[in-house]
Design a protein around this ligand. Sequence first.
Ligand SMILES: Cc1ncc(COP(=O)(O)O)c(C=O)c1O
Length: 495
Amino acid sequence: MLAKQVKLKIDSCHEKSGEEADPDGGIKQLLAPVYGSRYINDPIPKYELPSSSLPPLVAYQLVHDELNLDGNPALNLATFVTTWMEPEADRLMQEALSKNYIDADEYPQTVELQNRCVNILANLFHASDSADFNSVGCATVGSSEAIHLAGLALKWNWRKRRNGEGLPTDKPNIVMGHNVQVCWEKFARYFEVEPRYVPLSENRYVLGVEEALSMVDENTICVVGILGSTYTGEYEPIEQLNQALLEMNNKTGWDVPIHVDGASGGFVAPFVSPEIRWDFRLPLVRSINVSGHKYGLVYPGIGWVIWKDESDLPEELVFHVNYLGGDEPTFGLNFSRGAGCVIAQYYNFLRLGFQGYREIMLGCQSVAKFLTDSIEQMGRFEFLSKQTDLPVVCLKLKNTHSYSVFDISEELRKRGWIVPAYTLAPNAENIAVLRIVVREGFSEDMAGLLVSDIKKVVTYLESASHPISKVAEAGFATPETTKFAAGKTKTRGVC
Ligand SMILES: Cc1ncc(COP(=O)(O)O)c(C=O)c1O
């Protein structure tokens, strides 16, 4: 997140006691701690480094108290990201707080655990099915970094092929559904690849294979298949895409590969839907990203990228550094970062095994089904999520009502539930939905409480005491209301 500069009156913080109104927006510049009388008497500047130190307890309490304003992670049903781990994992992470992941020579065993994780994932994604199993991969901060690395490798490989044939390399493009997460848009812009977005339609909320193929040409570095759309949880038709693209490549002589964005589904499908062929069993799938911090069940800060074969990762992108002692190959957008998440991922692999992950994913799916069935009984909603895919419940209002999903989201927030409402991507942007992500720890009991609160909210919104909402009054699909709704929510990049 970008931080905005707060304009300060120079010296005001040090000279004046009490709070100072910011000239631009009424933002106070000073913290006036209630603990003052016990520990400290002076106000503390908020936007400047305080001139002197504070006792640790006071600093802790000030920060701690302010963070109480954040939502409750356990009630955050907007996120796919893990909010709970076992105390043993917490302990391992705590023990690793002082370890820098990049210091491979100093922490060789952490590197070993990373390498084991890469192998485990390559196996899980069936890279090892081929006789010449030679996968490579690495840990990243999340799927976003993993996608940027995979995208770079695809761009470099495409360029190398084109250079080898004496063809121009100035117009790379990437074909993907309009429902991609914002990290793909970032990749395209940051690394100068033309994004070709396949539009959704009123009744198709993921990539259409024919529509995607119509956008592919000799300059396409890859087609993206998402295993679990961020918007609805639906899996994209990756096996069909592979087949159609194979035929196109054969006909044209092109060599367009597929990258699978398995941010969420990469840790769901292998355990509960092993029959779905979306991974390295398909010849055109050359790289896969997955978020360890989503259904990999690790706290935020870990993703993975796996290439099917060493040759899919251009050697030129790998740097070798020697200033930490020893030769260290590194491919990543970052350098230093904590080692705890890698260690916690390995802990989960050991602790849960295949069966443990399977039981948790089945449990999540069962809660998602319970939620879907219970909400369906209310008669107000239609579901865009499929119970076979991610354990996500994505719903829209069936008919026109005097309220919108945005009103439901806002009312639920008053009870503490964080359930986002947003519009789908083009050309389905006049469909507004609510999305509930079921994660480990969200029990059927909690789901029952949520259903009961949704019922209360709907009853309230339908009662005479509630003013007709701006969105619903105008009819949701007008350009003004879509704009209004878009202004209220993230239309893309819900995570
Ligand atoms: C399909 C998909 N891809 C990529 C991302 C980005 O993942 P991360 O938050 O791990 O960077 C998300 C996040 O929700 C996602 O749903």
